[in-house]
Design a protein around this ligand. Structure first.
Ligand code: THU
Length: 139
């Protein structure tokens, strides 16, 4: 992926931190999901007083995109930290990795973890979810 596009995704994910709704943990997460045709869908985490309905930033972005008819994705950038301070990578939780597995080719889909536009690493979904179970297993 081009550095310019990666930086745009990082900036977009960082911008989402302001919308993150986290009255319980204070841990703010932002995501920017890139479709194969170049559109970007954003997401933030949305917490809930009953805890389990909490939605992670990554799933917010995926569900927004899928609900708009998108099915093909290239990459997602995720940033996060306590009070929105980006000191280390905020890697996707297991549930979010599984949602990615539903829609993305694990060898091709890229997950960009960043603490800023100058500090990031790019992983494949397969790196983060080896031997994942997906739609292909049921075919
Ligand atoms: N969180 C995310 O948004 N994405 C992840 O993949 C990890 C966790 C959120 C959920 C919750 O609002 C907060 O971070 C602390 O778990």
């Amino acid at each position: 992926m081009e550095k310019e596009l990666i930086e745009k995704l990082i900036q977009t994910a960082i911008k989402q931190l302001e919308f993150s709704y986290t009255p319980y943990s204070g841990f703010k997460v932002g995501a920017a999901l890139l479709t194969k045709d170049g559109k970007i869908y954003t997401g933030c985490n949305i917490e809930n007083a009953a805890h389990t309905p909490t939605n992670c930033a990554e799933r917010t972005a995926f569900f927004k995109a899928v609900s708009e008819g998108e099915r093909e994705f290239d990459a997602i950038c995720v940033v996060g930290g306590k009070d929105g301070v980006l000191t280390e990578y905020a890697a996707p939780c297991g549930v979010c990795r599984q949602v990615m597995m539903e829609f993305c080719n694990p060898k091709q889909f890229r997950i960009i973890l960043a603490t800023g536009t100058e500090h990031y690493d790019v992983f494949s979904l397969e790196d983060l979810l080896p031997q994942g179970f997906g739609p292909g297993n049921l075919a």
